[in-house]
Design a protein around this ligand. Structure first.
Ligand SMILES: *Cc1c(COP(=O)(O)O)cnc(C)c1O
Length: 420
């Protein structure tokens, strides 16, 4: 069951609190997270992969609010990070450094140095140049760096092009064909400042079909086994994230088939496994609440103009992503279709097109569902709009995770030059 339910009077609620009351006390636009739902999804993921020997690192880039990371850290989650900034967030939220995996195609020497200084668990390297940089940075500190090699096994994940990372044509990983990856792994094993940690894959995001995972994991196992056959140490196979969620109805993700697939492929192979789920842990436990500003009737079209926009939630604009949109008040009868749009001066600024909606007026509240992943983390202040604040309801209590910044906060980040 979804974390967001309707109470006896039809009011959308979370953890016993009405969203309308949360809007009254904390304003809009506002991200609202169901902490219980996030905790449940993580627990169910961990249970699904429990039969294999593995560790789960939550991919922070899906939702890096300190409160979300801290909640997951308390459940035993590690962190998968893609920047030095995310490392600082993970550490600040209480994730132990040795439970952090540093992914990403362009880590700087400063970021690698900070990661080694913190005692990071694993760095996933993506190129020969990066391996050399890691080795130099480690040598300068007199330490050895735990490095896994992110490989590209050339599997198309059958998802949106902008979130596909598994094919050779993308910038990600080192190809396992033509010996490139094997040569690099041997080089890592000979490097005095690198401890080879194993191999990593991540083929893309919002993957709803198990078949791409099956092919990628099969190829990874084959490659890891071949390297072991040469006598090289390959302790860990890091399987990445990418599990898709139901954006239509927000039904909780069933991780059991994924877990069974992993067990079927890797049981008794002797590899330790790593997992990096992001979206599937947080997407359906978040929504973006917004108030109607005006309802405008165009040529046989109804535009519902709301106070959230593409600067708060970019996914519809960037990926043509679908988010279900619900009135926060009782559903009532539908008046007809409407485009739910923000105030930003871009035609691409919409949250949903052609949605069946009841009669709406200024002040009515709408909830853009399944906005817990890749929502607030992608916010900007385009049009000098301070991005939405974020709150979490956990065990029936409301916690502010981030206040909406003020325009004064935005202006304070800038300098007015003393032109002569
Ligand atoms: C984005 C990313 C993830 C998380 O992907 P989801 O689709 O959100 O599960 C995991 N690992 C790496 C390397 C990533 O870049």
């Amino acid at each position: 069951m979804s974390s967001f339910t309707r109470d006896s009077e039809g009011m959308l609620s979370v953890g016993g609190l009405r969203l309308a009351d949360i809007a009254a006390s904390h304003g809009t636009p506002l991200y609202v997270y169901a902490g219980d739902g996030i905790r449940d999804d993580f627990t169910r993921f961990a249970a699904a992969v429990a039969p294999v020997n593995g560790t789960v690192h939550f991919a922070l880039k899906a939702n890096s609010a300190l409160g979300v990371i801290a909640l997951l850290a308390r459940q035993g989650a590690g962190a998968d990070i893609v920047s030095g900034g995310e490392m600082e967030r993970a550490l600040a939220a209480g994730v132990a450094a040795d439970k952090i995996v540093f992914s990403g195609v362009g880590k700087t020497a400063a970021e690698i140095g900070a990661a080694l200084d913190a005692g990071i668990g694993q760095i996933n390297a993506e190129s020969q140049q990066e391996i050399e940089m890691i080795s130099q940075v480690a040598a300068a500190r007199g330490v050895t760096a735990p490095v896994a090699l992110r490989v590209n096994v050339d599997v198309a994940p059958k998802t949106h092009a902008k979130i596909s990372t598994g094919q050779r044509s993308t910038k990600f990983g080192v190809s396992t064909s033509q010996n490139e990856a094997a040569t690099l792994y041997r080089q890592m094993a000979e490097d005095a400042h690198i401890t080879p940690a194993g191999l990593a894959v991540h083929i893309g995001s919002q993957i709803l079909d198990l078949d791409p995972f099956e092919r990628a994991y099969g190829a990874l196992l084959e490659f890891g086994t071949a390297l072991r056959g040469e006598g090289l140490p390959v302790p860990i196979l890091d399987l990445g994230g990418g599990i898709g969620v139901d954006y239509q109805h927000g039904e909780p993700t069933d991780f059991t088939a994924y877990g069974a697939l992993v067990e079927q492929i890797f049981a008794d192979t002797g590899f330790r496994l790593g997992f990096e789920p992001g979206r599937s842990i947080v997407a359906n436990s978040g929504l973006l609440m917004s108030a109607v500003i005006h309802v405008k009737h165009g040529d046989n079209k109804r535009f519902v103009i709301v106070d959230a926009a593409m600067n708060d939630l970019l996914r519809p604009t960037l990926y043509e992503a679908h988010h279900a949109i619900q009135p926060v008040g009782p559903l009532g009868s539908m008046e007809g279709p409407a485009d739910i749009v923000g105030p930003v001066c871009e035609t691409g600024d919409y949250l949903g097109l052609d949605r069946m909606m009841p009669s709406l007026a200024g002040g009515d509240l709408l909830a853009v569902m399944s906005a817990g992943a890749y929502g607030a983390v992608m916010a900007s202040s385009y049009n000098t709009r301070p991005p939405a604040g974020e709150v979490m309801v956990l065990d029936g209590e409301l916690h502010v995770l981030r206040r909406q910044r003020s325009v004064a906060d935005l202006l304070a980040e800038e300098e007015l030059p003393a032109f002569t």
